[in-house]
Design a binder for this molecule. Structure first.
Ligand code: NAP
Length: 294
């Protein structure tokens, strides 16, 4: 058996096109141009690449993009003052502070300072709490992308056994909540879980969000299961450029799973597309418009 490959590139492109169409509609019908502000502190090369990609994709979707680049030694008070300004700026509907922040800055205080209505990264405790209690919320982009990829295979997740490996606030925990809201039966695993292979073998849906290259082996996977690989480990490639390796032994998974996401070309493609979705949703909510059709 060879699994279906879930093409994140195609699904993300389709999502971006739907966002762009909705942006055009809200501009024409309501004079609303959704705006995303991205704050980058310091010059971490990986973060710079992400921020550039977010800027390009935001503009391509017809939204306004505001970039704020601050030096690594910026004072906490100065960063909080910028967030306060963005919270009050009517042209800004989404605020994303690129993480990780340089040492010396208090990440929790920064995230908590963002207006929850503009928290397009979904990390503010108000959004995490709303998601956990089943209320409408801005949810983190990567888990949202995982859910959309899963739904490209399964129209309904009701009653399915899912395992989420990893319990970070960024990926694992919000993904569990999204899956519960879809009526899946969810196991959440982590570094202290016992007999992870056996837990995995019981799952119709496997989400690996750990950051350990090829940890999930083919013989951990139930035949026909859908496998969503969130993990990214960078290893030096032969051409001098880094290669990205997922948390799942991909070639083995292809032989057993029903459907599987590649790395790269899977979940990673969805994260920025979902950021655009969240910005559009936030803009409509702030303006008092119905939720957009994306
Ligand atoms: P994280 O905060 O480091 O969390 C990793 C989780 O994995 C923790 O909950 C940890 O358990 C668990 N874990 C570690 N070793 C384990 C083991 N041997 N068995 C089972 N669980 C284990 O990482 P993250 O931010 O959630 O990111 C996870 C991965 O996804 C990383 O590779 C990251 O690069 C990638 N990622 C990708 C995207 C994307 O767009 N594709 C976005 C975000 C993250 P404990 O809680 O017990 O320590």
């Amino acid at each position: 058996m060879t699994a279906r490959i879930i093409d994140g590139k195609v699904i993300a492109a389709d999502l971006r096109a739907r966002v762009a169409a909705e942006v055009e509609r809200v501009k024409a019908q309501h004079g609303l141009t959704p705006g995303l502000a991205v704050v980058l502190v310091g010059s971490d090369p990986a973060s710079e690449v992400y921020v550039r990609s977010k800027h390009k994709q935001t503009q391509a979707a017809g939204m306004a993009s505001f970039e704020h680049l601050l030096p690594a030694n910026v004072a906490q008070g100065e960063l909080l003052a910028l967030i306060d300004k963005l919270n009050r700026d009517p042209a800004v509907h989404g605020i994303l502070v690129q993480l990780p922040l340089p040492a010396g800055l208090d990440t929790d205080a920064v995230v908590n300072a963002i207006d929850p209505a503009k928290d397009v990264d979904g990390l503010h405790p108000v959004n995490a709490g709303r998601l956990a209690t089943g209320l409408p919320a801005l949810s983190p982009c990567t888990p949202l992308g995982c859910l959309i990829l899963t739904k490209s295979v399964h129209a309904s997740l009701e009653g399915m056994n899912a395992i989420v490996i990893g319990r970070s606030n960024l990926v694992g925990r919000p993904l569990v909540q999204l899956l519960l809201n879809e009526n899946a039966t969810v196991t959440i695993a982590h570094s202290r879980s016992r007999d992870l292979p056996a837990l995995c073998r019981n799952a119709d849906l496997v989400y690996a969000a750990v950051g350990r290259a090829e940890m999930v082996k083919g013989n951990w996977i139930k035949p026909g299961a859908t496998v969503i690989d969130v993990g990214i480990t960078r290893v030096p490639g032969s051409s001098g450029k880094d290669r990205l390796i997922g948390d799942v032994a991909y070639q083995e998974a292809l032989q057993v799973a029903g459907a599987v996401t590649p790395v790269p070309g899977g979940v990673g493609q969805m994260t920025v597309a979902c950021l655009l979705v969240n910005t559009l949703r936030a803009a409509c909510a702030i303006k008092g418009l119905p939720a957009p059709a994306v």
